[in-house]
Design a protein around this ligand. Structure first.
Ligand SMILES: [Zn+2]
Length: 492
């Protein structure tokens, strides 16, 4: 059941978002002053590094910093010029203070029941001070051999293994032989060609285990490792944004409580199969989905497995080009919601199907920009389509009707393409509009729909807005965006 007492503050005027904005504004001023000081001291490189640190506050996207693994990794070398050392001290003083301030805003967000925003702020704080122990612990890191590692990684490393993007986790002592094109075949070593031939012959394939996934493929070891790495990134972001989907309020609170060190969610491993070719994929899954040809991947709840395939790509092309990563993110998101929640068999069949697809489409937007992983944005293909449909085509299904649609309604609707893009638009709106004031309402809506406790008015109730009010607010949200690029949509 959804506790109604916790809901109303989510939708009220957002002082917290305003406080976050103010904090970043004043931080930017301080960094600018430091950059000016660098210039006056003739420290051109340091001035530009300081200026580059001024990240704009993205209102339409989530920016997730990629954290350095090494502890204390950024400090200048001992023989650096005194001016450089002085700059670094000043810079780190500002950053540490900003980290503390963001951490306290994060704790404020927790007190307001806004766990997703709290984790977002805690992560920005960690970006400012990557060696902040309490913050690192929230994200499951511990110090190990001069680096920040998860408990799972520490277990692997203690066992003498290393992660390699090509081979997955292997014994460190074997890396050189792997790189020379040899593979272990107990008790001897054989060539990679021989290994491939044997595995194909016996249909053994390759399995790569990561912290949260077990990937099997009959393509190659590198193929399994690539998919495993992509999925771990997806999992990392999914687990932060939707933390209140799989953890209770009390569990999130205890993450932020330095005294309760013991709590750490047990990792669950999700099964993924990636076929070498589309025809293998079609053949394996046709009995489950008669229209398998039009899918690019699928999650099957009964077998708790997500299925994909490698596309044909020119010889010598990058393996990544053979992977439709957007589809991987989409279907694996369905898998995470399904396997990490208490899911009712009727989920999405009584209405509110939009939220299941909306969340998957949102995670499709995962990409890397510079030192950040990025989610969402008004310029992603589905979002552009959503804006185009609403503002230029005049295609729009009002919230009351749209949220009432079931999975069956979607599948039989001739406007299915436009329906998908509207769900993508609405999800982006709920996650980002006005500092993310509806973000937790969206997560609570997902929770209710997957558990089968949703009612037709669940979204209105959670956001504290009438459906008509949401219609109007969504329209204004789209209208406030910069003009659409010139484009034409195929009719579907
Ligand atoms: Zn889907």
């Amino acid at each position: 059941m959804i506790a109604s007492g916790a809901l109303s503050p989510l939708a009220k005027g957002d002082e917290l978002a305003a406080a976050v904005r103010r904090k970043f504004d004043s931080y930017r001023d301080k960094l600018k002053q430091l950059a000016d000081w660098c210039e006056s001291e003739g420290l051109a490189d340091q001035a530009s590094r300081t200026r580059a640190w001024l990240q704009p506050v993205a209102e339409d996207r989530l920016l997730i910093p990629i954290l350095p693994a090494q502890i204390g990794g950024e400090s200048p070398p001992d023989d650096a010029a005194p001016g450089v050392k002085e700059w670094y001290q000043k810079w780190m003083t500002l950053r540490r203070q900003q980290a503390e301030d963001l951490f306290s805003l994060a704790r404020g967000a927790i007190r307001q029941g806004r766990a997703g925003l709290a984790l977002d702020l805690a992560l920005r704080a960690l970006h400012e001070n990557p060696d902040h122990e309490a913050l690192r612990r929230i994200f499951g890191y511990q110090p190990y051999a001069g680096e920040w590692r998860t408990r799972y990684e520490v277990g692997r490393l203690r066992a003498g293994q290393i992660w390699d993007d090509r081979f997955g986790w292997i014994p460190k002592s074997q890396l050189a032989r792997f790189e020379r094109g040899e593979r272990p075949a107990d008790p001897r070593w054989i060539s990679v060609e021989e290994d491939t031939r044997r595995r194909r012959e016996r249909n053994i394939g390759w399995t790569v285990d990561t912290e949260h996934f077990q990937v099997w493929t009959d393509h190659s070891l590198e193929g399994a490792a690539l998919v495993g790495k992509k999925l771990e990134t997806l999992h990392e972001l999914w687990s932060r944004l939707f933390v209140r989907y799989y953890l209770t309020e009390a569990q999130v609170l205890s993450l932020f409580d330095a005294r309760s060190r013991s709590f750490a969610p047990q990792p669950v491993q999700h099964k993924v199969v990636v076929f070498r070719t589309r025809s293998e994929y079609n053949e394996a899954l046709r009995s489950r989905a008669p229209q398998i040809e039009i899918t690019g991947g699928m999650y099957v709840g009964d077998s708790r497995t997500a299925y994909f395939f490698f596309h044909e790509s020119p010889d010598g092309a990058d393996l990544e080009q053979a992977l439709d990563v957007t589809t991987v993110y989409h279907e694996a998101t369905h898998q995470l919601f399904y396997e990490l929640g208490r899911v009712a068999p009727t989920a999405g069949q009584r209405g509110n199907f939009w939220v299941i697809e909306g969340a998957a489409m949102y995670m499709e937007t995962l990409r890397r920009e510079g030192d950040f992983l990025v989610l969402g944005g008004i310029d992603t293909p589905r979002m552009i389509a959503a804006r185009f449909r609403r503002l230029q085509d005049g295609f729009y299904i009002p919230f009351r009707e749209f949220t009432a649609m079931t999975m069956q309604d979607w599948q039989s609707d001739p406007r299915i393409g436009a329906v998908y893009s509207q769900a993508a638009g609405i999800t982006n709106f709920l996650i980002h509009h006005d500092g993310g004031k509806y973000r937790e309402a969206l997560v609570q809506c997902l929770l209710a729909v997957y558990r089968g406790t949703d009612t037709p008015d669940v979204l209105a109730r959670l956001t504290g807005r009438s459906f008509a009010g949401l219609d109007e607010e969504y329209l204004q949200y789209l209208k406030a965006m910069p003009p659409l690029p010139p484009m034409r949509l195929e009719s579907r």
